[in-house]
Design a protein around this ligand. Structure first.
Ligand SMILES: [Cu+2]
Length: 341
């Protein structure tokens, strides 16, 4: 073998080895292409309160979600049980979190008895014909969409009468993170879905309440809640640390009443109406979240300024705060517990 041939052979071997090394490391470093979540197997915790904390978005560019529809008894206020119609067994349903540009695959399964249901993703650009069609009990429906627009979006059942299907609990929040992430670091993130309940009055405290159609039509709820149960975050406050910057994804599922979101004792550094960073507003006290809409709110509980202590989050429409749309944020470990919390 000539020196030239030996040189070429060695070069070829090195190139081949380099290729193998590159492919191996690329395979190790590449994020998983597909994430599968079955909300039948992964139910949102509801005790001591519906878990408002939200995990970071997964890396996979394709995200599949199996969403079972069920009829389940839910607790809408302390000791008040209700015939909930649900996505994933809880009201609201589970939080879905994806990234701008992701392919989102949905498999909807109607496990409820005796009634058709459907799903309408406000984060999707899709004709109603297929993705939003009602499916009979026992049936399923698969569709996919690309998440084109960052934000905090409502998802709900679109089966008539919508007023009733939403009032019974058929909604959840989908967060679409901007392609390059949210501007600026935060320490904690929470989801808050505001909604109303219209239970029929009952003489027996222990009975499972049904919906009152006339009250739904009149828009006179008994309870207005964050994450499906009146006053639940007064008993079990959201916990943050002193100095934390906190992001809230607020979605208003209604079905009929706007939310005037406000945190007592705080000022919002930034609000993104509809949750798109292109909409940034700064230095706000209260921002309306319309029914069927969402917004992202950021505030800082800075040391020595708005530090340790209790802060209430409310809809500043106080008839509705009084009906249960109020919660507490506990910053640090305040020694003086506020009376009545
Ligand atoms: Cu429905």
């Amino acid at each position: 073998m000539s020196i030239k041939a030996k040189f070429e052979l060695t070069t070829a071997t090195l190139l081949a080895l380099a290729g193998v090394f590159f492919l191996t490391t690329a395979a190790v470093r590449r994020p998983p292409a597909l994430e599968r979540v079955d909300f039948g197997a992964r139910r949102t915790a509801t005790a001591p309160a519906w878990d408002a904390r939200v995990a970071p978005v997964a890396d996979a560019a394709i995200k599949e979600f199996r969403i079972p529809i069920t009829h389940d008894t839910v607790e809408i206020a302390n000791g008040v049980r209700y015939v909930g119609w649900t996505f994933g067994g809880t009201v609201p349903g589970p939080v879905i979190r994806v990234r701008e540009g992701d392919l989102v695959r949905i498999r909807l399964v109607n496990e409820a008895k005796g009634m058709p249901h459907s799903i309408d993703f406000h984060a999707a650009r899709l004709p109603m014909d297929h993705a939003m069609k009602s499916i009979a009990p026992g049936d399923s429906l698969s569709f996919e969409f690309t998440a084109t627009t960052p934000g905090a979006f409502m998802v709900h059942c679109g089966t008539a009468p919508l007023l009733m299907h939403i009032a019974q609990g058929m909604y959840l929040a989908i967060i679409v993170d901007p392609k390059d992430g949210w501007p600026g670091h935060v320490d904690k993130e929470f989801v808050l879905v505001q909604s109303e309940f219209y239970p029929r009055p009952s003489a027996a405290d222990t009975s499972v309440r049904e919906g009152d159609w006339d009250a739904m039509l009149a828009g006179t709820p008994t309870y207005v809640t964050f994450n499906g149960r009146a006053d639940q975050y007064r008993a079990a406050p959201l916990q943050v640390d002193e100095g934390d910057k906190v992001r809230f994804f607020v979605v208003n599922a209604g079905p009929s009443r706007d939310s005037d979101f406000h945190i007592v004792g705080a000022i919002f550094d930034t609000v993104y109406p509809d949750g798109d960073p292109d909409h940034a507003l700064h230095g706000l006290q209260t921002q309306m979240v319309p029914v069927g809409g969402g917004a992202v709110f950021e505030t800082t509980f800075a040391r020595g300024r708005s530090g340790e202590g209790h802060y209430a989050f409310v809809t500043h429409s106080f008839a509705d705060a009084t009906r249960g749309a109020v919660g507490v944020i506990e910053v640090g470990h305040p020694r003086l517990m506020a009376a009545g919390h």
